[in-house]
Design a protein around this ligand. Sequence first.
Ligand code: CP3
Length: 343
Amino acid sequence: MTEKTILRALKGEVLPTPPIWMMRQAGRYLPEYRATRAKAGDFLSLCYTPDLAAEVTLQPIRRYGFDAAILFADILLLPQALGPKLWFETGEGPRMETTTTMAAVQALKSKDLIHETLSPVYETVRILARELPKETTLIGFAGAPWTVATYMIAGRGSKDQGAAHDLKNNDRDTFAALIDVITDATIDYLSEQVKAGAEVVKLFDSWAGSLKGQDFTDFAVKPVARIIAELKARHPGLPVIAFPREAGNGYIGFAKRTHADCVALDNSVTPEWGAENVQVSGCVQGNLAPEHMVTGGEALVRETRRVVEAFRKGPHIFNLGHGITPEANPDNVALMIETVRNC
Ligand code: CP3
């Protein structure tokens, strides 16, 4: 059997047509997702009900034939499994009980206890490993420690991650202890996903761009490098995708520094820049602006071709620069895929 296209690209092979998947491909822009989510009642129940989480993971595969499926879950399930309460405010986003003192860090659950909460996620992975088409790669994921810490510290999303920067700058010991706890738990969490059948794992560092200089090295590079090293020791050959979103020049050398097999690029950098500065060290993923899934038309076709052309000479997985939004038109996704496959 020929190897799956995504796995080939992750090994550095240059394919005539890049394999495709999309961040948040299971999401609110799809009527079938909204129907299953309604059946689950709320977002967290959807994440923790394996049959329904597997169902929404499969929906975009059935509709579009993407080359990869990403486990349906959320980066905030892991911190929730460490103890803090988590809920979603309708129309606003996530809320968490905050962790801002050494006592609170020490009161987090031991990493051996996270699986009690997270076992439904592993069951979702097992269902998907059974039910996905033979050619579709199954991607597991977790948040990178810095991004997870920003939510644990602020108790919510924020534009500038101010609360996390405050703790980092003013109570370094507590901040570093929290990063260590998340890093250790993330290794075990992803390792269980791999044992359950994930073939690739991805680390989402959505707020990496707000770390500068030495902070970027200490908190966007080092914890990710530690997770990757340990996962590869436990699961030889496991491919890892890292997404230090909006890292800018931090993208340069990121693969070498962390030993990630692929670096995902957001759309604040041009594909030409990405090819010249990042793809030179290996596979890249990205980076069409998600807005095109809302606006469609000629601009979508032109920019999709531009991304494919820019990355043509090296290993590339076609994706958006960030998640598809609820306002996207499902027809535009079909047009993007058709354009990539006819380039
Ligand atoms: O990509 C996928 O399809 C896999 C599933 C996935 C979700 N969230 C589902 C989800 C993944 C990989 C994530 C990652 C995630 N979650 C990140 C990192 C990536 C990024 O987008 O920057 C972050 C920061 C979160 C935390 C989170 N989850 C926020 C801030 C929100 C609310 C924002 C929103 O869009 O409402 C969520 C909710 C969430 N996670 C939804 C989905 C499909 C929407 C929930 C719904 O159905 O109402």
